[in-house]
Write a protein that binds this ligand. Structure first.
Ligand SMILES: Cc1cc2nc3c(=O)[nH]c(=O)nc-3n(C[C@H](O)[C@H](O)[C@H](O)COP(=O)(O)OP(=O)(O)OC[C@H]3O[C@@H](n4cnc5c(N)ncnc54)[C@H](O)[C@@H]3O)c2cc1C
Length: 530
């Protein structure tokens, strides 16, 4: 443990603050020291004293459902999980060579990736502050490796800037910062900010702008060695006779504005998008598999829930075996339902009218991911691109280079699209073959010489066509949160909902887990009171 000052450890200091000032002071001190601010996870739930024989039905075996099953059975409940798919994990899923996937509408894809390669159709990155997920990954033995989120050498492309030519992120971002610094410096020197800044603060700000924007002695952002030290060189520094670098030329500021690079810069500042990030070795689906190893005997697969009823005696769930067509009924004292809202909304139930309204009130976003396998890693070998994303304003949204097996020979999978909004709807309307064709056309803007020539095969998942979610993730807004969120998460007599949709960390696995912990903690309390 790191010492704060001579002879005092951080824990000792925090304990002392806690004794003197109570929990609030302790929390404030921890936050200041960077211990508490980034997560609501305080360890696994403590569910002591379950009544003997008490039972819970869990609907869905995504991460929310499996965590509920794991913790409730550990607490002594009799748990049964009903899962529509032959696989556990839900949206936590990877597609490998040999896998088959059929989307709504009937199109079936057989994935042709080489052994070891995969597409993560859903989740693909884990922020360092998603402590619940990282906790269970460690406990369940999921091996993690870095996910390369930020690559200065990757590209930014706008059809409306620089004649449609992509530029390196570092060039446009440096030029944006340099120009903004120069303009702000002018405003300060022309006394435009005198009402807002003291003379001393003006000096500090000018110093900061000179440094941050790599401005020259006259506070100008110009082509030269200084700006090249951020944006890159025409000839980089080397050794010997020709070692001297040749500076690059800054871009026209109007083009920089047209590129809207600030969107990408702001993206990386989003707390959920900040580094360090992680991914499981071997594909995101490894997390679902690890959770499943803990609870597999509790899960009934191919069980499509068709009706949920509750009364004073308990909960009755009707389900159909999708393989045999046989109809069955399962009963329990309580139920944790993690079925995505768009699907749940279509299942016959006698939940309270308020909860039924809430379930129907939350729309889902759409998104499309496309994996493209290429015969070699030309992005690494020819362009020095190791992980990270190249952004575009075309429908595909971005392409992302693999973070694993860097420098290896042989085929590798690039994420050829992560589309949202209208782009996702247009791609969803296409056949899987048309999606690949579009991804190749649009992605060629970054790698015109290689993209088509070295392409081998591809696969896509359009989330509005995924039969067991009917969308990507719940999309709350301020209004729906105000009107429906508390109803959606409340224990409805014997049933409680859990999943990413029942959290403020929407569309993250962390949200699914935090929601699950909260839901089962309250359900346990309810069960003890029964
Ligand atoms: C495109 C995309 C990108 C994402 N990126 C990230 C990311 O980078 N990082 C991150 O942390 N998160 C990401 N997420 C979000 C993450 O995947 C989810 O928040 C999380 O996996 C949801 O878990 P869940 O248990 O709530 O739901 P699910 O995983 O959807 O589980 C629900 C389960 O219910 C089952 N089910 C459905 N209908 C029935 C029925 N009738 N009967 C029985 N069972 C049924 C389903 O088969 C499924 O197994 C992404 C999601 C998508 C779609």
């Amino acid at each position: 443990m790191q010492a704060v000052n001579s002879g005092t450890t951080r824990r000792q200091l925090l304990t002392a603050i806690g004794l003197v000032g109570g929990a609030a002071a302790l929390y404030q001190a921890m936050t200041t020291m960077g211990h508490a601010a980034e997560t609501q996870f305080h360890g696994p739930p403590k569910l002591d004293g379950a009544k003997p024989g008490a039972s819970v039905l869990v609907l869905g075996s995504g991460l929310a459902g499996m965590l509920a099953a794991f913790e409730l059975s550990k607490a002594g409940y009799q748990v049964k999980v009903l899962e529509y798919q032959p696989r556990a994990g839900g949206r936590n899923w990877s597609l490998y060579g040999g896998d088959t996937y059929t989307e709504l509408g009937g199109a079936t894809q057989k994935v042709g990736f080489a052994p070891g390669n995969y597409l993560n159709p859903g989740p693909w990155r884990i922020p360092h502050h998603h402590r619940t997920l990282l906790h269970y990954c460690k406990v369940f033995g999921v091996q993690l490796e870095p996910f390369i989120q930020f690559n200065h050498n990757a590209y930014v492309h706008s059809t409306k800037a620089f004649g449609g030519q992509p530029k390196h992120f570092r060039e446009v971002a440096a030029d944006f910062e340099g120009n903004v610094a120069e303009l702000l410096g002018k405003a300060v020197n022309q006394k435009a900010l005198d009402a807002d800044l003291s003379a001393e603060d003006k000096e500090k700000l000018l110093e900061a702008l000179r440094n941050w924007g790599v401005l020259d002695k006259d506070m100008r952002y110009v082509s030269g060695l200084q700006s090249s030290s951020h944006r890159g060189y025409d000839r980089p520094p080397g050794g010997g006779v020709d070692g001297a670098p040749i500076p690059s030329t800054v871009l026209d500021f109007s083009g920089v504005l047209d590129s809207k690079v600030w969107n990408n810069m702001a993206f990386f500042m989003n707390h959920e998008m900040q580094t360090t990030m992680f991914q499981p070795v071997g594909g995101m689906g490894m997390i679902g598999k690890a959770f499943a190893r803990q609870v597999q005997p509790l899960i009934t697969h191919n069980a499509k829930v068709t009706q949920i009823r509750q009364d004073k005696a308990g909960v009755t769930v009707a389900w159909t075996d999708t393989q045999s067509g046989t109809a069955s009924v399962s009963k329990a004292d309580f139920c944790v339902c993690t079925i995505p809202l768009g699907v749940l909304n279509q299942i016959d139930n006698n939940l309270s009218p308020a909860l039924q309204t809430a379930i129907g009130a939350v729309p889902y976003s759409n998104s499309v991911k496309i994996g493209l396998e290429f015969k070699r890693r030309f992005w690494e070998e020819d362009n020095y691109l190791y992980g990270g994303h190249s952004f575009t304003d075309q429908d595909i949204g971005l392409i992302s280079y693999p973070n694993n097996h860097l420098f290896q020979d042989g085929p590798a999978v690039v994420l050829g699209a992560f589309a949202s909004g209208m782009g996702a709807y247009r791609l969803t309307g296409m056949t899987p073959e048309e999606r690949i064709e579009t991804a190749l056309t649009q992605g060629s803007v970054f790698h015109p010489d290689n993209y088509r020539r070295e392409f081998s095969n591809g696969a896509s998942v359009a989330w509005s066509r995924v039969p067991w979610t009917l969308g990507c993730c719940a999309r709350w807004n301020e209004e729906t949160r105000k009107d429906y969120y508390q109803t959606l998460v409340a224990v409805d007599d014997r049933v409680v909902l859990a999943g990413e949709h029942a959290s403020y960390v929407g569309c993250w696995m962390e949200g699914a887990l935090l929601s699950s912990i909260d839901a089962i903690t309250r359900l346990h309390k309810r069960a003890l009171e029964a």
